[in-house]
Write a protein that binds this ligand. Structure first.
Ligand SMILES: *Cc1c(COP(=O)(O)O)cnc(C)c1O
Length: 216
């Protein structure tokens, strides 16, 4: 599907859900995509991208940014604390703040470096053992802890279980965000971004629908 077609669908859904036009940002998830596909989307004028790994982003974005200095890159995947300093230098936002140890590390590094990307707290809405994230019941306390550390938390993020209706998870995430006065909602991927927009997503993370199937 073309970038234009996806943007149109987002705009239509915003309108039918009574949301402001442009309330949703489309993150083009370029992880594990060949450089020529990414270059093509940049050439079409798109500037907001998502990556899953520090290493991979460090390998490809410095070069793209020489040509497109206004390109923004968000980290969507898990962040190891030993890569946190590098992440601070690479990303405009991190969607995977998922544990107290990482919050403490980011707070310390933000002090040292004098800046911190926008942060989304990842919530494990499906309470899946294999998935990282803060449990719904612990979210209020974790938001408060992050605020006490002066971390720039702007919203919540979730990845619903593959075999469940995502709308239930999007609605739960929206409820948790509202209760904590957080404006940002990072939710929705290639298969369910329209449902996410209808339920208030401010950031949808769409990969394969834009770029095609990942090659590796
Ligand atoms: C890969 C990934 C996406 C994009 O997935 P698609 O199904 O290709 O749209 C979105 N969010 C996260 C966290 C991802 O890892």
């Amino acid at each position: 599907m073309s970038l234009t077609e996806i943007s149109d669908r987002i705009a239509k859904t915003e309108a039918s859900a009574g949301r402001a036009a442009g309330a949703t940002q489309l993150i083009a998830v370029s992880k594990r995509q060949p450089d020529d596909r990414v270059a093509d989307v940049l050439a079409q004028g798109h500037r907001l991208f998502g990556e899953n790994q520090v290493q991979e982003a460090a390998g490809k974005w410095p070069a793209f940014r020489e040509t497109y200095p206004d390109a923004k890159v968000h980290l969507l995947g898990p962040l190891q604390t030993n890569k946190a300093r590098q992440a601070l230098g690479l990303f405009d936002a991190i969607h995977s703040l998922d544990r107290p140890k990482l919050a403490n590390t980011l707070a310390r590094l933000a002090q040292e470096e004098g800046h911190c990307p926008d942060l989304f707290i990842q919530v494990n809405t499906g309470e899946e053992a294999q998935k990282s994230g803060i449990l719904p019941a612990d979210t209020d306390a974790f938001v408060a802890d992050c605020r006490a550390l002066d971390l720039p938390v702007v919203g919540l993020m979730c990845i619903p279980p593959v075999d469940e209706e995502p709308a239930l998870h999007f609605a739960l995430l929206a409820k948790l965000a509202k209760r904590n006065d957080l404006a940002g909602l990072s939710m929705g991927m290639s298969g369910d971004y329209e449902r996410a927009v209808a339920l208030g997503a401010t950031h949808v993370r769409v990969g394969s629908a834009i770029f095609g199937a990942r090659t590796t």
